[in-house]
Design a protein around this ligand. Structure first.
Ligand code: GDP
Ligand code: MG
Length: 325
């Protein structure tokens, strides 16, 4: 497919073309990467016009149910919604794609919404790398809300927070020490914390959890960046409108304080650095010897028989020799 056809198809929000464009940016093949970067450059004038929201929460917290519920409200209000999943679902929670099909049944069948599961079998780094590109493509296709979903393994929360405007975390009322359920790194990242499943017998516990978490989360935060903590039920819909209001409130705050655009430009600068790092590393390790030497160095470091600085010295020396530099 030609670049022109891709550009037109994406702009027309043609599902088939959108799928192809997303596969293209997800590709790690050098020739396809070149094409992908050309496509993004062409689409640039139509990008940037969405509200980018990150959503995290452990498997079972209710992300899919929430997205289905919230998504219906948003599209009924005239929005066009894209949902991008970051984590390779097959490895993290087997069968979750099936679960999502049943939980996001309305959204997945609605032309005003677009749901892109994470490519299976890919590494987090690769997917997270392509998520930024995917956001731009969705924006060029006219989606004005982009939700990026992650279960928060490894560094994925930080990665997603670095590519979105507002970061939402879902937790559920449990044994009374809910704070244990929020990972440490999440404390600084979260803008809106939702205590989900605040229904039935859980409702009072959820309210208690909200009070506790609001106090703790905001202890160290500056007055202009307080986290909003709310109870909600993705199942009944209670609190969902309020949750979205909280997201909007954070957006308004970013805009009125002049942080919105500088933040996005800074995110792009971070993106540039990480792309460059990844490309340099790939280039450097392209020779078969390099991969072998690195694997050996890794084994030795793991065995404690060498130090990482020395291992890196050796990898460098060997690779430079192989590249005749
Ligand atoms: N009672 C109750 N159950 C919920 C709520 N939200 C989700 N669930 C249930 O929790 C389970 C996991 O939900 P799901 O949306 O798949 O979670 P995800 O793994 O975070 O995407 C499902 O059985 C949902 O029906 C809620 O607000 N209240
Ligand atoms: Mg899910």
């Amino acid at each position: 497919m030609s670049i022109d056809a891709l550009v037109h198809g994406v702009r027309a929000a043609d599902r088939t073309v959108l799928g192809r464009a997303l596969s293209l940016v997800e590709s790690t093949e050098p020739a396809r990467q070149t094409l992908a970067s050309e496509l993004l450059e062409r689409l640039l004038p139509w990008t940037g016009n969405s509200l980018r929201v990150g959503i995290t929460g452990t498997p079972g917290a209710g992300k899919s149910t929430l997205i289905e519920r919230l998504g219906r409200t948003l599209i009924d209000a005239g929005s066009r919604l894209a949902v991008l999943a970051v984590d390779p679902s097959s490895t993290i929670s087997g069968g979750s794609i099936l679960g999502d099909r049943t939980r996001m049944v309305h959204l997945s069948g609605d032309p005003r919404a677009f749901i892109r599961p994470a490519p299976s079998g890919s590494t987090l780094g690769g997917v997270a790398g392509a998520t930024r590109e995917s956001i731009l493509i969705c924006e060029a296709a006219g989606f004005d809300v982009v939700l990026v979903e992650t279960v928060g393994v490894g560094q994925s929360e930080t990665t997603v927070a670095e590519m979105t405007d507002v970061f939402v975390a879902l937790t559920i009322p449990g044994s009374g020490d809910e704070l244990q359920g929020i990972k440490r790194g999440l404390f600084e990242l979260v803008d809106v914390l939702l205590v989900n499943k605040a229904d039935g017998d859980n409702a009072p516990r959820a309210e208690a959890a909200v009070r506790e978490m609001a106090a703790v989360l905001n202890l160290w935060r500056p007055p202009d960046h307080q986290a909003i903590v709310l109870a909600c039920s993705a199942l009944t819909g209670a609190g969902i409108v309020e949750a979205w209001d909280a997201v909007q409130k954070r957006l308004t705050q970013l805009k009125t304080t002049g942080q919105f655009q500088p933040r996005r430009r800074q995110q792009d600068a971070t993106w540039l650095e990480s792309l460059l790092d990844a490309r340099l590393r790939a280039l450097f390790l392209r020779t078969p010897q390099a991969a072998e030497i690195l694997a050996r160095a890794r084994r030795e470091v793991l065995a404690g028989t060498t130090t990482p600085p020395h291992a890196v010295q050796r990898v460098f020396a060997a690779v430079l020799q192989a590249m005749r530099l």
